[in-house]
Write a new protein. Structure first.
Length: 198
């Protein structure tokens, strides 16, 4: 279920309280029905964070959250006990891995592309980030420890479970800062650039 902040003056507060992969307990929010024609999810409700919303620390949970979603109606009627979970339609194999993949292509400035495949948990993370931020302008994404698998026109590079990473606007990498300076902070006036011959 998507969430948004009700008032502009509250955005800074929630930005400081809510961070990816931090566990928080959130109370005092509203849930409202969404009637827009285009929606990136089948869920027709969204969470509204208000000035009455409280955010507190929560214990880490070592489970796979999308599998443990509780029906909204049960939550609304207070019919759910702590620890109750409902498995949704995910497929599992005998090694306890969920089966999912996303194929995508990266193109350079000359139009030459590489076919990528993100698998498992990384595919789910890629999908979540892309649905949220894929069309918000230039995004810097760092892929590390991916495996080259071929150059025959099929998949060229794929993720390796537990090793490959996908970081959205990561910090602390000189290469990332270089590309952020080029793409996110372009100079407004190139007339100051001088070419010098040796």
């Amino acid at each position: 279920m998507h969430a948004f902040v009700d008032r502009e003056d509250q955005k800074r507060r929630f930005r400081g309280l809510l961070h990816e992969e931090d566990w928080r307990s959130i109370t005092g929010f509203k849930v409202q029905l969404v009637n827009t024609e285009i929606r990136l999810t089948k869920q027709r409700k969204e969470i509204v964070l208000t000035r009455d919303t409280q955010v507190s620390n929560s214990e880490c949970f070592n489970g796979f959250i999308p599998l443990d979603l509780i029906p909204f109606g049960d939550v609304y009627r207070s019919a759910v006990q702590d620890g109750t979970s409902f498995l949704r339609g995910y497929r599992w194999n005998m090694h306890n891995k969920y089966i999912s993949k996303i194929d995508f292509m990266l193109l350079d400035n000359n139009g030459i592309g590489l076919n990528f495949r993100a698998k498992g948990e990384l595919a789910d993370k890629f999908k979540r980030f892309w649905l949220c931020y894929g069309y918000t302008g230039t995004n810097i994404i760092l892929l590390t420890d991916w495996r080259v698998v071929g150059s025959d026109g099929g998949i060229n590079v794929e993720s390796v479970q537990g090793i490959s990473t996908f970081d959205f606007h990561p910090t602390g990498h000189l290469e990332v800062e270089h590309f952020e300076n080029i793409f996110l902070h372009p100079t407004s006036d190139d007339s100051d650039v001088e070419l010098m011959d040796d």
